[in-house]
Structure formats: C-alpha cells, structure tokens
Design a protein around this ligand. Structure first.
Ligand code: ASP
Length: 328
C-alpha cells in the first residue's frame, strides 16, 4: 500500500534549535534546516512519505504576517492537492497557540493539519523533538484526524487549536487545553481519540485577509491608571483585548477609558490574565452599558487573534463580535 504523503512546513522553533551544551539552558531556535531534520526522521522508519517545504527558520516569538500568509497559502494548496494526505507544521512553542488558532479560523476543516514543536533543542539530552515529530506523523496520517480543525501535538497529547495554550515555560509537558483537555493520546505507534470529529466538511469560518490590523493586549494590574489605554489609542490600535484580573476586571479608571474607546468605535474584548476559566458578560463589569465583548473561553492570546480576524473581515460591531466569541 502507498504510504500517506505529508507536506511538512518548517518554521523553526526549538524543535529545530541547537544548544551550546547538551546539558545547559542556553540555545538558539531555528538553527537546523528542515531537510536536515527530516534526514534524521528517516532513521525512525515512519510509515509516511514526507515532503519538506521550508517557510522560515525563526523562533516563533518572531512569527508574523509573512510566515502566516505563507503557511495559509501552502495549506490551502495542500487541501486541494489529491496527492497530499495531511500537513505538519514544525513551529516554536511560544506562539503555537496563536498560529494554530489563526489557521483554524481561516481554513476549512478538511485534511489533518498538525502543529508540532519541542521544549528542548534537538541536541539537548532528553530532547523531545523527534518523539513529538513522530507523533505528529502518526496524527497527520490518520484519516480520523480530518474534520477536527488544526491540531497541536506535544508530549504524547493532541489538542484542538481552539483550546490549546502554553502553560509552562520549560516543562516538556507544557501545554494545556481549555475548555476541552486533550482530544487524543498519541505515541509513534498508536493514536486514541476521546471524541468524534466535530467539524467534518465545515468550510473556513473567515476569509483570509489582505493584512491584519493592530490589536493590542492590555494587561491589567493593581494601581494602574488610564494612560496605557490612551497610549494604545494614540498609536492607532484598531481593537483592544483586556487581560483583566479575575473574571476580566480592571481598575475603574481603566474600564472608563476602555468604554470611551468602545464608544468611539474601537472594539474592546475583556479576557482574563488568570490561567484559565470563562469570562462571561455582565458579571462585575457591565458589558452592556460599556459596549464591551466578553472573551468567554478564549484567553488573551486567542482573543487577540479572533479580534484581528474579525476586524480584518469588516466585523466591528460589539454584538457580532460577541456572537463570534460565543461560537468560537
Ligand atoms: N522561543 C521558542 C519558540 O517559540 C520556544 C520553543 O520553540 O519552545 O520558537
């Protein structure tokens, strides 16, 4: 039987990183070329044909429009290519949440699309990159992975883009899902799904834009005043995501300044700086009166991505933005 053909889009990250020492902490991301990495993967005897396509060799803290635009175009082409069974994106872990969610919102839920990274560089003792990559091959070549949207594979675990976040700075087991936890457990030789695919055949939810607007995350802190809100408006932010205390709270003067921004047509989304949980409407903050949107299950990083996509698609009205956050 012919092996599944997987397109591998390389962007860099720690999975392609090298350390100064096998046991030290210092390293540089994105140093190993994709072809060299796949050369090593060849020795694992994985049952897939891998087609490498380098997109970038950077730490994902530097990911931006150029890389996102290239990834979207490559994956959209792969969706239409009958020779390609699935797509793997090698990616840094710092912004895997953002890239995965952006692609998830703007691609149809067709063939498997899997983002994979590593917490330890490729030459570190106990490096997790090869195992994560072998797991990603297992997920991307499984027909049951289709129709689930973009997936993130880390530490023998599969998450949906809409749920996943990086929750630890350095542990190998650094990713968590909210509100859903893992969708599956994976090893290089097994894959167990815990729920059926829920987006089979669904089209892209939003059009891929020509550009993304400037949307900032403002983290609330005790004893903060309204000046940071004014500064963000001063640099032309098209939208603001509040990473608020608790259930998306902020000092009264900050809330008042944000309400003024919303009244002037700058969408404001209230999310939470705490690790996880829902931010619902009208709890301690009167969203109806202030014209705000509640981020619901999305944390600040994903809320910013969704708000950028909505504004780029011409959706600026608070009620329509709220409906998108409710539906995520
Ligand atoms: N800074 C790195 C990156 O996001 C971290 C990693 O890949 O784990 O590219």
């Amino acid at each position: 039987m012919a092996l599944p053909r997987l397109l591998v889009l390389g962007t860099g990250g720690t999975i392609a990183g090298t350390a100064r020492s096998r046991t030290g902490k210092a390293y540089a991301a994105g140093e190993v070329a994709l072809e060299a990495m796949l050369g090593e993967v060849g020795a694992l005897g994985l049952e897939a044909e891998l087609v490498p396509r380098p997109v970038a060799r950077i730490g994902s803290q530097d990911i931006g429009w150029r890389e996102w635009d290239a990834l979207h175009a490559e994956i959209a082409r792969a969706e239409d290519d009958p020779e390609i069974a699935g797509v793997i994106v090698t990616h840094g872990t710092d912004t895997a949440e953002e890239t995965a969610f952006l692609l998830d919102l703007t691609l149809p839920a067709g063939k498997p699309v899997v983002l994979v990274g590593a917490m330890r560089p490729s030459d570190a003792v106990g490096s997790d990159g090869m195992r994560n990559f072998a797991n990603a091959v297992r997920v991307a070549s499984d027909p049951d992975s289709a129709g689930r949207g973009v997936l993130v594979v880390m530490a023998d675990t599969v998450f949906a883009a809409a749920d996943v976040r990086k929750a630890a700075t350095a542990n190998v087991d650094a990713f968590r899902g909210f509100p859903r936890g893992p969708l599956a457990r994976v090893t290089p030789s097994s894959l167990d799904w815990f729920a059926p695919a829920h987006r089979v055949g669904s089209p892209a939810r939003y059009a891929w834009p020509e550009a993304l607007p400037r949307v900032a995350i403002l983290t609330a802190g005790a004893c903060m005043d309204e000046k940071p809100v004014e500064a963000l408006l001063g640099i032309g932010c098209a939208g603001i995501v509040l990473a608020g205390m608790g259930q998306g709270n902020a000092p009264r003067v900050v809330i008042e300044a944000l309400a003024k921004a919303a009244a002037n047509g700058v969408p404001v989304v209230r999310s939470a700086r705490v690790d996880e949980g829902m931010v619902d409407r009208n709890v301690e903050v009167d969203d109806d009166a202030h014209g705000f949107v509640a981020a619901r299950a999305l944390g600040p990083a994903k809320a910013r991505i969704l708000l950028m996509v909505l504004i780029a698609n011409g959706i600026r009205d608070a009620a329509r933005i709220q409906a998108a956050f409710d539906g995520r």
